[in-house]
Design a protein around this ligand. Structure first.
Ligand code: AMP
Ligand code: MG
Length: 333
């Protein structure tokens, strides 16, 4: 039986009991819900991979409380990383450093680096403080499904597989953290998110985007995998192809397919009286709504037709990365 409990003294006590005995607990963050286990405990970390059906070469992010001394876990923190930490943490930014090998090697799947995140969500901070351990945590969904942004989403994917979901309401951020490689001379975005490449560049003067080429060695192994996909069929169109998108909608609808369009505020003006879900008017809104809409879409539709937003800069790089993955197309990172 999986219990959903609000974050209180009692539920935190139970969460700590479960973590200390080597179980995984779902907890809220400002990005998506995480499935956390004691990062020092190899059997507990392996349980996360098992529960999610996650490929065992896709490393996990270690979550720590804001007062945790990360120098016990990682070495060679460069000057620019200190500036970024000062500016963006706690927050939706994961930073990759050289590992000291203090946590279980299962966390990084044998890599000599470790990804660290300090979430800003109050519930996450309370949980991390209460357990007092670094917590290895991927998103709390079944591998390759859409990430969860509410306790109900976690329950849908993991009911019966874990004992406890700490409920901290809906995640405001909505897409996974930015992953930033901080092992080189300048920071490199391995996965885009709410802290955009432009924001990092403005803070420290330089930042590159890492482009994974299919078949190559991925610097961030998670890039190789199709993620975030809803269970129904999906088709994605560029804004300029909207007439094709509408024609497909009409064709499928006439056949009796349950079909819905996903679009932004601009796309909404083009769809007439067809069924649609609008991601939002701003990049922040679109990030925040994306996964809840994909989950709603897969429940109510056979086919989701995406008319993609035109803007690809800043936070929209992260939104477009997820949308593209959800539609099963080739993606860059
Ligand atoms: P998830 O927790 O499901 O959001 O996935 C974690 C992401 O962080 C994946 O894309 C991983 O590839 C990436 N990641 C975790 N640890 C490392 C690391 N040591 N080096 C590079 N990328 C990492
Ligand atoms: Mg994930």
């Amino acid at each position: 039986m999986t219990e959903i409990l609000p974050v209180t003294e009692d539920s935190l006590k139970e969460a700590k009991r479960l973590i200390l005995r080597g179980d995984a607990v779902a907890f809220p963050t400002e990005t998506v819900y995480g499935l956390g286990a004691n990062a020092y405990d190899t059997a507990a970390v392996n349980k996360i991979f098992e529960i999610k059906g996650r490929p065992n070469d896709n490393p996990l992010i270690v979550h720590v409380h804001k007062d945790f001394d990360i120098s016990t876990l990682v070495a060679d923190v460069p000057g620019y990383a200190k500036i970024l930490a000062e500016k963006f943490l706690p927050g939706p930014l994961t930073m990759v450093y050289r590992s000291k090998g203090a946590v279980s090697s299962a966390v990084s799947c044998g890599l000599d680096t470790l990804a660290i995140r300090i979430p800003s969500h109050e519930g996450a901070q309370k949980f991390l403080k209460y357990v007092g351990l670094p917590i290895a945590a991927p998103s709390a969904n079944v591998s390759k499904h859409v990430s969860p942004t509410s306790a109900e989403h976690v329950l849908f994917d993991l009911n019966g597989k874990i004992d406890l979901i700490l409920d901290g309401g809906e995640c405001s951020g909505g897409i996974e953290s930015t992953v930033l490689d901080c092992t080189g001379d300048i920071p490199v975005v391995l996965r885009s998110g709410l802290v955009s490449r432009e924001m990092v560049e403005e803070a420290v003067g330089a930042c590159r985007e890492y482009a994974y080429r299919e078949g190559g060695v991925a610097r961030s192994p998670g890039m190789k995998y199709k993620h975030y996909a809803p269970a129904c069929r999906t088709e994605m169109f560029e804004p300029a192809q909207y007439e094709q998108a509408l024609a497909l909608y009409d064709f499928e609808k006439a056949k009796g397919t349950k079909v819905c369009i996903i679009c932004d505020g601009e796309g909404k003006k083009l769809v007439g009286d067809r069924k649609y879900m609008c991601l939002g008017a701003t990049p922040g809104e679109m990030a925040s709504n994306l996964y809840a809409e994909l989950r709603e879409g897969e429940k109510t539709s056979d086919l989701l037709i995406v008319i993609s937003p035109a803007d690809r800069s800043g936070v929209m790089a992260g939104v477009m990365n997820r949308l593209t993955k959800a539609c099963g197309k080739r993606y860059e990172n």
